[in-house]
Design a protein around this ligand. Structure first.
Ligand code: NAD
Ligand code: DAU
Length: 337
């Protein structure tokens, strides 16, 4: 058995990862350390809560004593650090918690990884660290980092710290940089679940700017299959881009959702643009494909349609998490535009 610490495992991608791993592997004991911020939801893990290879610890990755206790008690050999503040708009409203959780939190985990001489530390990063593309070209692992939002700057800082620990202390770090994910359990502040839920409620769909910004979409299970591959065979000190080669303009995603839900395009409302809004992301994932043999398995048309159906069928899930705090945030966000 391998003992692995998954941080942020109650969030969107982390919970999909834990469900995926415990469903098809029996050689991992997973300890999930999650602070349960507004984005963390234990309901995402109902299927594994009693699994013999699963332990949940509520806590902050910035808490050195707690992190130390976990490494020691569970004999942690591997870390996958999903924990982060992940929403760009929130980082524009207030950057401090992004610096704390994403930079200082990662640093705390790296320090523990150094003390306990673990076998591998997978830092889950993002394509946003590369900044924005013009109409042509793709991000490769050699693209210089040029983050534009407080969120992406904090993720780039964490990447730099992780690589510094590799070079300075031989901490066995590998970094993944993935493009935009979609799938079940995504918090409805992100484009796709927000637009699905607003459409279902006949609420306006706020499209930023001209709606022509481009994102490169990957199904969350393909991302997690790649993370598993990197955990198994990713080379230490390396960065791997992850993406499924599926660029879409925001407005086209919104229209696709409206069409599947049989709703009118009159619900679309163009609103003031996000400050510093990156125009286009596109990932070149040939390195992970050629060197580790990963490739995306899920076709966009089918997976997006299943994702929309998941939100239709799991109305209780999203109604339960639309807390007063979230609705207040949403209104504030909307008023700014
Ligand atoms: P999310 O916001 O849905 O979940 C984040 C989780 O981290 C939550 O469960 C939250 O409670 C937890 N968390 C936050 N701060 C914490 C702290 N200080 N200590 C412990 N737990 C904490 O995020 P997500 O979309 O699942 O993203 C997961 C990771 O993947 C992030 O590192 C993000 O930067 C990266 N990423 C996301 C995408 C995407 O499209 N969503 C794409 C590429 C990379
Ligand atoms: O690229 C990977 C990144 O993708 C991750 O690192 C981030 O954690 C994740 O949040 C995501 O960032 P984006 O800013 O691309 O995602 P978001 O869903 O917030 O927005 C997607 C696009 O849709 C973006 O161009 C802004 C636009 N948008 C978003 C919202 C929420 C709208 O037009 N209207 C909206 O209401």
């Amino acid at each position: 058995m391998k003992n692995i610490l998954v941080t942020g495992g109650a969030g969107f991608i982390g919970s999909n990862f834990i469900n995926y791993m415990l469903n098809h592997r029996d050689d991992f004991n997973i300890v999930n350390l999650d602070k349960l911020t507004y984005a963390g939801n234990l309901a995402n893990l109902t299927n594994v809560v009693n699994h013999k290879n699963y332990t949940f610890v509520k806590g902050d990755i910035c808490n050195t004593d707690l992190v130390d206790y976990i490494f020691n008690k569970y004999n942690i050999e591997y870390v996958i650090n999903f924990a982060a503040e992940s929403h760009v708009d929130r980082s524009i409203l207030g950057s401090e918690i992004f610096f704390k959780s994403n930079v200082l939190g990662t640093n705390t985990l790296l320090e523990a990884a150094k003390r306990y001489r673990i076998k591998k530390f997978v830092q889950i990063s993002t394509d946003e660290v590369y900044g924005s593309l013009g109409p042509a070209g793709k991000f490769t692992e050699q693209t210089p980092l040029s983050p534009n939002s407080p969120y992406s700057s904090s993720k780039a800082s964490a990447d730099m710290m992780a690589l510094a620990f590799y070079h300075t202390y031989d901490v066995p770090v590998v970094i993944t940089r993935c493009s935009n994910n979609y799938g079940p359990y995504q918090f409805p502040e992100k484009l796709i679940p927000l637009m699905i839920i607003n459409s279902m409620n006949n609420k306006k769909l706020p499209v930023y700017g001209d709606g022509l910004n481009v994102r490169d979409w990957v199904y969350v299970l393909d991302h997690n299959r790649a993370v598993e591959q990197v955990l198994e065979s990713g080379k230490l000190g390396e960065v791997y881009n992850i993406g499924a080669n599926r660029e879409m303009k925001n407005i086209d995603i919104v229209k696709l959702i409206l069409s599947q839900l049989n709703k009118s395009e009159d619900l679309i409302e163009f609103v003031k643009d996000r400050p510093g809004h990156d125009r286009r992301y596109a990932i070149d994932s040939s390195k992970i494909q050629n060197e580790l043999g990963w490739k995306p398995k899920y076709a966009f048309e089918e997976a997006i349609s299943q994702t929309i159906n998941w939100y239709i069928e799991n109305e209780n899930w999203w109604r339960n998490i639309l807390s007063a705090e979230y609705l207040e945030y949403y209104e504030k966000q909307y008023e700014l535009r």
